[in-house]
Design a protein around this ligand. Structure first.
Ligand code: 9D3
Length: 250
C-alpha cells in the first residue's frame, strides 16, 4: 500500500511516519509513504497556494491548481488508487471504511488548510472526501495521519505476530474489557481476584461481561449494532438496570 500525502507542511509527518509505521513493513515493501510539498506545485515567484474568496468573506481559500498539478504528477495505481480529500464536510471515517481502503494499492491524501479548498478541486481531482469526526481541526494533516495509522495496520503482514486485528475494539463492535498489570495493589486498589485465579474460562466470561457492561454504559449506540452471541445476550439480560448505570466501570 502506498500513501502519497499532499500537504503544505510535509515536515509535520517526519516523526509520525518514523514512530507509527513498523520499519519492517516499510523494509518489506508492504507500506510506502511519500510526502509531496504542495508549495512546489504553486506558480510564480512567491509560490502562492491560497487566495481570497470570490464573493468576499473571512479567510483564505486553497487554490485548485497546485493541488491538481500535484495529483497529476503522481504515478497512479490505476483503479486500485483513490484520491481522498480530508475535509470537515467529508463522510465519517470509520473502521469499516479503513478495512475497505486497506484493500487498495494507493491512497492519495490531500490535506487542506485555511478556510477550505476551491470547490472545483472536488469535481476535478477528488474521488472521496473524508472527515474524522465532528470537531474543528486547523487543517487536514492530523486527519491524514489518523487515516494512515488506521489503514496501514490493516494491511496484511504489517501487524506481524502481535495479535489479530479481529481482537481489536470496534472489530466485534464492543469496547474492550479493563486491563491490569503489576503491581497487584496500586494505591490501595487490588487487581480483580478472578484475573489471578488461573481459571481461563472464568476469566473469559468476566472479560466479556466487563466489555458488555462498559459498552452499555458508555456507548449504547455500539451495542445496538454489535454482533452478539447467545452468551452475550444472556449476560446482558442478567444486568440489573441500576447496576449498569451506577457500576459502569466495575
Ligand atoms: C469558519 C469555518 N471553518 C470552521 C468551522 C470551517 C473549517 C475549515 C477548515 C473548519 C476546519 C477546517 C480544517 N479542517 C480540516 O481540514 C479537516 C477536518 C476537521 O476539521 N474535522 C474533522 N475532520 C477533518 S478532515 C480535515
Amino acid at each position: 500500500m502506498r500513501f502519497d500525502i499532499l500537504t503544505l507542511f510535509p515536515e509535520l509527518f517526519a516523526s509520525f511516519v518514523k514512530e507509527t509505521i513498523p520499519g519492517r513493513a516499510v523494509a518489506k515493501g508492504l507500506i510506502d509513504i511519500r510526502l509531496v510539498d504542495l508549495r512546489s506545485f504553486a506558480r510564480g515567484p512567491h509560490r502562492v497556494t491560497d487566495d481570497r474568496p470570490y464573493g468576499g468573506g473571512y479567510g483564505m481559500v486553497m487554490k485548485a491548481g497546485p493541488i491538481c498539478r500535484a495529483v497529476e504528477s503522481l504515478e497512479r495505481a490505476g483503479d486500485r488508487s483513490r484520491i481522498i480529500l480530508l475535509s470537515p464536510q467529508g463522510e465519517p471515517f470509520t473502521q469499516a471504511r479503513a478495512w475497505e481502503l486497506s484493500t487498495l494499492e494507493q491512497l492519495i491524501l490531500v490535506c487542506g488548510r485555511y478556510e477550505g479548498v476551491d470547490e472545483r478541486l472536488r469535481t476535478e481531482c477528488v474521488d472521496m472526501e473524508l472527515s474524522i469526526g465532528d470537531y474543528v481541526l486547523s487543517g487536514g494533516e492530523t486527519a491524514a495521519m489518523v487515516v494512515v495509522d488506521a489503514v496501514s495496520r490493516l494491511v496484511p503482514g504489517v501487524l506481524g505476530g502481535e495479535r489479530s486485528n479481529l481482537e481489536d475494539s470496534f472489530e466485534d463492535g464492543l469496547l474492550e474489557y479493563p486491563h491490569y498489570t503489576r503491581p497487584r495493589v496500586f494505591r490501595n486498589q487490588e487487581v480483580p481476584p478472578v484475573l489471578l485465579s488461573g481459571d481461563h474460562e472464568k476469566i473469559r466470561v468476566w472479560r466479556r461481561t466487563q466489555a458488555l457492561k462498559r459498552t452499555l454504559a458508555r456507548r449504547p449506540d455500539l451495542l445496538e449494532r454489535a454482533e452478539l452471541t447467545e452468551e452475550d445476550k444472556r449476560i446482558l439480560a442478567g444486568f440489573g438496570q441500576a447496576e449498569c448505570l451506577v457500576q459502569s466501570d466495575e
